[in-house]
Design a protein around this ligand. Structure first.
Ligand SMILES: Nc1ncnc2c1ncn2[C@@H]1O[C@H](COP(=O)(O)OP(=O)(O)O)[C@@H](O)[C@H]1O
Ligand SMILES: [Mg+2]
Length: 328
Protein backbone atom coordinates (compact mmCIF):
# COMPACT_ATOMS: atom_id res chain seq x y z
CA UNK A 1 0.00 0.00 0.00
CA UNK A 2 2.78 2.37 0.98
CA UNK A 3 4.32 1.41 -2.33
CA UNK A 4 1.09 2.33 -4.11
CA UNK A 5 1.16 5.91 -2.96
CA UNK A 6 4.92 6.19 -3.17
CA UNK A 7 4.70 8.36 -6.24
CA UNK A 8 2.64 10.79 -4.29
CA UNK A 9 4.04 10.54 -0.82
CA UNK A 10 4.14 14.30 -0.43
CA UNK A 11 7.93 14.27 -0.46
CA UNK A 12 8.54 15.55 -3.95
CA UNK A 13 12.31 15.42 -3.61
CA UNK A 14 12.08 11.60 -3.61
CA UNK A 15 10.82 11.73 -7.15
CA UNK A 16 13.54 13.94 -8.53
CA UNK A 17 15.67 11.92 -10.93
CA UNK A 18 13.16 9.07 -10.99
CA UNK A 19 11.61 7.75 -14.15
CA UNK A 20 7.82 7.55 -14.45
CA UNK A 21 6.08 6.28 -17.57
CA UNK A 22 8.98 7.24 -19.80
CA UNK A 23 9.59 10.64 -18.21
CA UNK A 24 12.52 11.57 -16.00
CA UNK A 25 11.44 13.97 -13.23
CA UNK A 26 13.69 17.02 -13.02
CA UNK A 27 12.07 19.35 -10.51
CA UNK A 28 8.77 20.34 -8.94
CA UNK A 29 7.08 23.30 -10.62
CA UNK A 30 4.06 23.67 -8.40
CA UNK A 31 1.23 21.89 -6.67
CA UNK A 32 -2.48 22.45 -6.39
CA UNK A 33 -5.07 20.70 -4.25
CA UNK A 34 -5.16 17.52 -6.32
CA UNK A 35 -1.93 17.31 -8.24
CA UNK A 36 1.76 17.99 -8.34
CA UNK A 37 3.33 19.35 -11.51
CA UNK A 38 6.94 18.56 -12.37
CA UNK A 39 9.29 19.62 -15.08
CA UNK A 40 10.35 16.37 -16.67
CA UNK A 41 12.26 14.99 -19.62
CA UNK A 42 10.41 12.92 -22.17
CA UNK A 43 13.03 10.22 -22.73
CA UNK A 44 11.54 9.00 -26.00
CA UNK A 45 11.38 12.35 -27.73
CA UNK A 46 14.15 14.05 -25.77
CA UNK A 47 12.11 17.10 -24.90
CA UNK A 48 11.12 18.94 -21.75
CA UNK A 49 7.52 18.53 -20.63
CA UNK A 50 5.31 19.46 -17.69
CA UNK A 51 4.26 16.22 -16.03
CA UNK A 52 1.21 16.39 -13.83
CA UNK A 53 0.64 13.59 -11.33
CA UNK A 54 -2.89 13.51 -9.96
CA UNK A 55 -3.65 12.58 -6.36
CA UNK A 56 -4.22 8.81 -5.99
CA UNK A 57 -7.74 9.24 -4.61
CA UNK A 58 -8.80 10.65 -7.98
CA UNK A 59 -7.74 7.44 -9.72
CA UNK A 60 -10.05 5.58 -7.34
CA UNK A 61 -13.02 7.76 -8.24
CA UNK A 62 -14.62 6.02 -11.23
CA UNK A 63 -16.56 9.07 -12.40
CA UNK A 64 -13.41 11.14 -12.33
CA UNK A 65 -11.39 8.48 -14.18
CA UNK A 66 -13.94 8.24 -16.94
CA UNK A 67 -14.10 11.95 -17.36
CA UNK A 68 -10.32 12.25 -17.11
CA UNK A 69 -9.87 9.87 -20.03
CA UNK A 70 -12.63 11.42 -22.06
CA UNK A 71 -11.66 15.03 -21.46
CA UNK A 72 -7.92 14.50 -21.80
CA UNK A 73 -8.65 13.07 -25.23
CA UNK A 74 -10.95 15.94 -26.08
CA UNK A 75 -8.43 18.53 -24.85
CA UNK A 76 -5.63 16.81 -26.77
CA UNK A 77 -7.74 17.04 -29.91
CA UNK A 78 -7.99 20.83 -29.71
CA UNK A 79 -5.16 22.50 -31.46
CA UNK A 80 -5.26 26.08 -30.28
CA UNK A 81 -2.43 28.58 -29.75
CA UNK A 82 -3.76 29.48 -26.29
CA UNK A 83 -4.45 26.00 -24.95
CA UNK A 84 -1.54 24.08 -23.43
CA UNK A 85 -1.06 21.09 -25.74
CA UNK A 86 -1.53 17.74 -24.03
CA UNK A 87 1.00 15.18 -25.26
CA UNK A 88 -0.13 12.13 -23.37
CA UNK A 89 -2.48 11.12 -20.58
CA UNK A 90 -2.37 7.77 -18.85
CA UNK A 91 -2.00 5.78 -15.69
CA UNK A 92 0.98 4.22 -14.04
CA UNK A 93 1.20 2.53 -10.62
CA UNK A 94 -2.35 3.68 -9.82
CA UNK A 95 -1.49 7.30 -10.57
CA UNK A 96 -3.14 9.27 -13.36
CA UNK A 97 -0.72 11.49 -15.18
CA UNK A 98 -0.74 14.06 -17.95
CA UNK A 99 2.26 15.13 -19.98
CA UNK A 100 1.91 18.51 -21.61
CA UNK A 101 3.94 21.33 -23.05
CA UNK A 102 6.18 22.94 -20.49
CA UNK A 103 5.30 26.63 -20.41
CA UNK A 104 8.17 28.83 -19.34
CA UNK A 105 6.45 31.62 -17.44
CA UNK A 106 4.20 32.31 -14.49
CA UNK A 107 0.63 31.49 -13.72
CA UNK A 108 -1.77 34.40 -13.35
CA UNK A 109 -2.31 33.60 -9.66
CA UNK A 110 1.35 34.27 -9.04
CA UNK A 111 1.28 37.49 -11.07
CA UNK A 112 -1.79 38.83 -9.26
CA UNK A 113 -0.32 37.95 -5.87
CA UNK A 114 2.94 39.65 -6.69
CA UNK A 115 1.81 42.66 -8.73
CA UNK A 116 -1.75 43.29 -7.63
CA UNK A 117 -4.27 44.42 -10.23
CA UNK A 118 -3.15 44.60 -13.84
CA UNK A 119 -3.49 47.55 -16.17
CA UNK A 120 -6.69 47.58 -18.24
CA UNK A 121 -4.75 47.07 -21.47
CA UNK A 122 -2.73 44.15 -20.07
CA UNK A 123 -5.90 42.55 -18.70
CA UNK A 124 -7.56 42.87 -22.10
CA UNK A 125 -4.57 41.38 -23.92
CA UNK A 126 -4.40 38.33 -21.66
CA UNK A 127 -8.18 37.95 -21.40
CA UNK A 128 -8.72 38.09 -25.16
CA UNK A 129 -6.35 35.14 -25.63
CA UNK A 130 -8.03 33.07 -22.93
CA UNK A 131 -11.48 34.00 -24.25
CA UNK A 132 -10.54 32.66 -27.64
CA UNK A 133 -9.24 29.43 -26.05
CA UNK A 134 -12.42 28.93 -24.04
CA UNK A 135 -14.71 29.61 -26.97
CA UNK A 136 -12.73 27.13 -29.09
CA UNK A 137 -13.15 24.52 -26.37
CA UNK A 138 -16.87 25.20 -26.18
CA UNK A 139 -17.14 24.81 -29.93
CA UNK A 140 -15.64 21.34 -29.40
CA UNK A 141 -18.30 20.59 -26.79
CA UNK A 142 -15.83 20.88 -23.94
CA UNK A 143 -16.53 22.89 -20.78
CA UNK A 144 -13.49 23.76 -18.70
CA UNK A 145 -15.30 24.05 -15.31
CA UNK A 146 -12.27 25.33 -13.41
CA UNK A 147 -11.31 28.67 -14.94
CA UNK A 148 -9.12 30.37 -12.34
CA UNK A 149 -5.88 32.35 -12.32
CA UNK A 150 -3.84 29.22 -11.44
CA UNK A 151 -4.97 27.60 -14.69
CA UNK A 152 -3.84 30.50 -16.85
CA UNK A 153 -0.14 30.45 -17.67
CA UNK A 154 1.50 33.60 -18.94
CA UNK A 155 4.67 33.29 -20.99
CA UNK A 156 6.73 35.86 -22.82
CA UNK A 157 5.10 36.88 -26.09
CA UNK A 158 6.63 37.17 -29.50
CA UNK A 159 7.27 40.93 -29.75
CA UNK A 160 6.35 44.29 -28.28
CA UNK A 161 2.93 44.16 -29.95
CA UNK A 162 2.31 40.82 -28.23
CA UNK A 163 4.25 41.08 -24.97
CA UNK A 164 2.50 38.12 -23.32
CA UNK A 165 1.37 34.75 -24.57
CA UNK A 166 -1.35 33.31 -22.35
CA UNK A 167 -2.28 29.63 -22.15
CA UNK A 168 -5.26 27.93 -20.61
CA UNK A 169 -4.64 24.56 -19.01
CA UNK A 170 -6.35 21.78 -17.01
CA UNK A 171 -9.49 20.89 -18.89
CA UNK A 172 -11.91 18.71 -17.01
CA UNK A 173 -9.53 18.16 -14.14
CA UNK A 174 -11.74 19.68 -11.51
CA UNK A 175 -13.51 17.71 -8.86
CA UNK A 176 -15.98 20.54 -8.45
CA UNK A 177 -18.79 19.36 -10.62
CA UNK A 178 -18.51 15.94 -9.01
CA UNK A 179 -18.61 17.12 -5.43
CA UNK A 180 -20.74 20.21 -5.66
CA UNK A 181 -23.99 18.40 -6.27
CA UNK A 182 -25.02 19.25 -2.74
CA UNK A 183 -23.62 20.96 0.26
CA UNK A 184 -22.81 17.69 2.01
CA UNK A 185 -19.38 17.10 0.53
CA UNK A 186 -18.22 20.68 0.60
CA UNK A 187 -16.09 19.81 3.60
CA UNK A 188 -13.81 17.74 1.36
CA UNK A 189 -13.50 20.54 -1.08
CA UNK A 190 -10.04 21.32 -2.36
CA UNK A 191 -9.03 24.34 -4.34
CA UNK A 192 -10.83 27.62 -4.65
CA UNK A 193 -14.50 28.54 -4.74
CA UNK A 194 -13.84 32.07 -5.91
CA UNK A 195 -14.70 31.38 -9.56
CA UNK A 196 -17.47 28.79 -9.42
CA UNK A 197 -20.72 29.45 -11.28
CA UNK A 198 -24.11 29.32 -9.53
CA UNK A 199 -25.36 26.45 -11.72
CA UNK A 200 -22.25 24.42 -10.86
CA UNK A 201 -22.92 24.96 -7.17
CA UNK A 202 -26.53 23.91 -7.61
CA UNK A 203 -25.48 20.76 -9.50
CA UNK A 204 -27.39 21.78 -12.60
CA UNK A 205 -26.06 20.83 -16.04
CA UNK A 206 -23.31 23.16 -17.14
CA UNK A 207 -22.33 24.46 -20.55
CA UNK A 208 -19.86 27.04 -21.87
CA UNK A 209 -21.67 29.80 -20.02
CA UNK A 210 -20.42 28.39 -16.71
CA UNK A 211 -16.93 29.21 -18.02
CA UNK A 212 -18.13 32.71 -19.02
CA UNK A 213 -18.97 33.22 -15.33
CA UNK A 214 -15.67 31.81 -14.01
CA UNK A 215 -13.71 33.73 -16.62
CA UNK A 216 -15.54 36.97 -15.73
CA UNK A 217 -14.58 36.39 -12.07
CA UNK A 218 -10.93 36.08 -13.15
CA UNK A 219 -11.06 39.25 -15.29
CA UNK A 220 -12.79 41.08 -12.42
CA UNK A 221 -9.88 40.09 -10.17
CA UNK A 222 -7.29 41.16 -12.76
CA UNK A 223 -8.84 44.64 -12.78
CA UNK A 224 -9.76 45.12 -9.13
CA UNK A 225 -7.26 42.91 -7.32
CA UNK A 226 -9.94 40.75 -5.70
CA UNK A 227 -12.51 38.22 -6.86
CA UNK A 228 -16.15 39.36 -7.02
CA UNK A 229 -17.05 37.76 -3.70
CA UNK A 230 -15.05 37.51 -0.50
CA UNK A 231 -16.60 35.77 2.46
CA UNK A 232 -15.30 34.29 5.70
CA UNK A 233 -16.21 30.69 4.93
CA UNK A 234 -16.96 28.43 1.98
CA UNK A 235 -20.66 28.18 2.65
CA UNK A 236 -21.11 31.95 2.70
CA UNK A 237 -19.10 32.18 -0.52
CA UNK A 238 -21.29 29.60 -2.26
CA UNK A 239 -24.35 31.51 -1.07
CA UNK A 240 -22.91 34.76 -2.43
CA UNK A 241 -22.30 33.26 -5.87
CA UNK A 242 -25.89 32.14 -5.96
CA UNK A 243 -27.72 35.11 -4.48
CA UNK A 244 -25.57 38.21 -3.88
CA UNK A 245 -24.56 40.99 -6.24
CA UNK A 246 -20.80 41.61 -6.51
CA UNK A 247 -19.53 45.13 -5.82
CA UNK A 248 -19.49 47.09 -9.10
CA UNK A 249 -15.86 47.05 -10.29
CA UNK A 250 -15.73 50.86 -10.57
CA UNK A 251 -16.26 51.06 -6.80
CA UNK A 252 -12.99 49.23 -6.35
CA UNK A 253 -11.20 50.85 -9.23
CA UNK A 254 -12.61 54.28 -10.02
CA UNK A 255 -10.46 54.77 -13.13
CA UNK A 256 -12.52 52.17 -15.00
CA UNK A 257 -15.16 53.48 -17.38
CA UNK A 258 -18.67 53.58 -15.85
CA UNK A 259 -19.99 51.13 -18.48
CA UNK A 260 -17.66 48.46 -17.08
CA UNK A 261 -20.13 47.77 -14.28
CA UNK A 262 -22.92 46.76 -16.66
CA UNK A 263 -20.58 44.48 -18.61
CA UNK A 264 -19.63 42.60 -15.43
CA UNK A 265 -23.20 42.54 -14.15
CA UNK A 266 -24.16 40.70 -17.34
CA UNK A 267 -21.17 38.33 -17.42
CA UNK A 268 -21.73 37.45 -13.76
CA UNK A 269 -25.50 37.01 -14.07
CA UNK A 270 -26.87 34.22 -11.89
CA UNK A 271 -28.77 32.67 -14.80
CA UNK A 272 -26.64 31.43 -17.73
CA UNK A 273 -29.20 32.75 -20.26
CA UNK A 274 -28.63 36.30 -19.01
CA UNK A 275 -24.85 36.20 -19.59
CA UNK A 276 -22.87 37.00 -22.70
CA UNK A 277 -23.23 34.02 -25.03
CA UNK A 278 -19.45 33.55 -25.29
CA UNK A 279 -16.22 34.67 -23.66
CA UNK A 280 -15.24 36.70 -26.69
CA UNK A 281 -18.49 38.69 -26.69
CA UNK A 282 -17.84 39.49 -23.03
CA UNK A 283 -14.32 40.72 -23.85
CA UNK A 284 -15.56 42.69 -26.86
CA UNK A 285 -18.10 44.42 -24.60
CA UNK A 286 -15.34 45.17 -22.09
CA UNK A 287 -13.08 46.52 -24.81
CA UNK A 288 -15.74 48.97 -26.00
CA UNK A 289 -15.98 50.62 -22.58
CA UNK A 290 -14.16 53.92 -22.81
CA UNK A 291 -10.58 53.56 -21.81
CA UNK A 292 -9.32 56.53 -19.86
CA UNK A 293 -6.33 58.26 -21.48
CA UNK A 294 -2.93 57.27 -20.11
CA UNK A 295 -1.27 59.55 -17.60
CA UNK A 296 0.42 62.47 -19.28
CA UNK A 297 3.30 62.67 -16.87
CA UNK A 298 5.96 60.05 -16.22
CA UNK A 299 5.32 57.87 -13.17
CA UNK A 300 5.87 59.69 -9.93
CA UNK A 301 7.00 58.11 -6.72
CA UNK A 302 3.37 57.78 -5.67
CA UNK A 303 2.47 56.08 -8.96
CA UNK A 304 5.39 53.71 -8.54
CA UNK A 305 4.28 52.43 -5.14
CA UNK A 306 3.18 48.82 -5.62
CA UNK A 307 -0.59 48.48 -5.38
CA UNK A 308 -1.61 47.29 -1.94
CA UNK A 309 -3.62 44.08 -2.25
CA UNK A 310 -5.17 44.74 1.17
CA UNK A 311 -6.64 48.04 0.18
CA UNK A 312 -8.80 47.51 -2.89
CA UNK A 313 -10.02 51.10 -2.70
CA UNK A 314 -6.68 52.42 -3.82
CA UNK A 315 -6.67 52.28 -7.61
CA UNK A 316 -3.66 50.64 -9.23
CA UNK A 317 -1.41 52.79 -11.37
CA UNK A 318 -2.84 53.21 -14.86
CA UNK A 319 0.51 53.17 -16.55
CA UNK A 320 1.26 49.62 -15.38
CA UNK A 321 3.68 48.00 -17.76
CA UNK A 322 3.24 44.74 -19.63
CA UNK A 323 3.93 41.58 -17.71
CA UNK A 324 7.11 41.05 -19.70
CA UNK A 325 9.18 43.84 -21.07
CA UNK A 326 10.43 43.74 -24.61
CA UNK A 327 13.88 42.23 -24.79
CA UNK A 328 15.16 44.89 -27.15
N1 LIG B 1 2.23 23.09 -18.59
C1 LIG B 1 2.78 23.76 -17.56
N2 LIG B 1 3.96 24.39 -17.73
C2 LIG B 1 4.51 25.08 -16.69
N3 LIG B 1 3.96 25.18 -15.47
C3 LIG B 1 2.80 24.55 -15.24
C4 LIG B 1 2.14 23.82 -16.26
N4 LIG B 1 0.98 23.32 -15.76
C5 LIG B 1 0.92 23.74 -14.48
N5 LIG B 1 2.01 24.48 -14.15
C6 LIG B 1 2.31 25.10 -12.83
O1 LIG B 1 2.05 24.18 -11.81
C7 LIG B 1 1.19 24.79 -10.82
C8 LIG B 1 0.33 23.72 -10.16
O2 LIG B 1 -0.64 23.28 -11.06
P1 LIG B 1 -1.96 22.59 -10.57
O3 LIG B 1 -1.62 21.34 -9.84
O4 LIG B 1 -2.86 22.47 -11.73
O5 LIG B 1 -2.56 23.57 -9.49
P2 LIG B 1 -3.44 24.86 -9.63
O6 LIG B 1 -4.04 24.85 -11.00
O7 LIG B 1 -4.45 24.70 -8.56
O8 LIG B 1 -2.50 26.02 -9.42
C9 LIG B 1 0.39 25.82 -11.62
O9 LIG B 1 -0.12 26.84 -10.83
C10 LIG B 1 1.42 26.32 -12.61
O10 LIG B 1 2.17 27.37 -12.08
MG1 LIG C 1 -4.17 23.77 -12.54
Amino acid sequence: MAHDTGLFSGRPSELIGRQIAGYRIEREIGRGGMAVVYRARDLRLERTVALKLLAPELARNDTFRLRFTHESRAAAAIDHPHIVPVFEAGETDGILYIAMRYVEGRDLRHLLDRRGPLAFAVTLRIAAQIASALDAAHEHGLVHRDVKPGNILVARGTDSDHPEHAYLTDFGLTKKSLSLTGFTSVGQFVGTLDYVAPEQIAGRPVDGRCDVYGFACVVYECLTGRPPFRRDDDMALLWAHQYDQPPPPTELRPDLAPETDAVFAKALAKTPEDRHPSCRTFITALRTTTVPPPLEHPPTEVDLRPPTGDNPLKPPPRWAAPVFRDRS
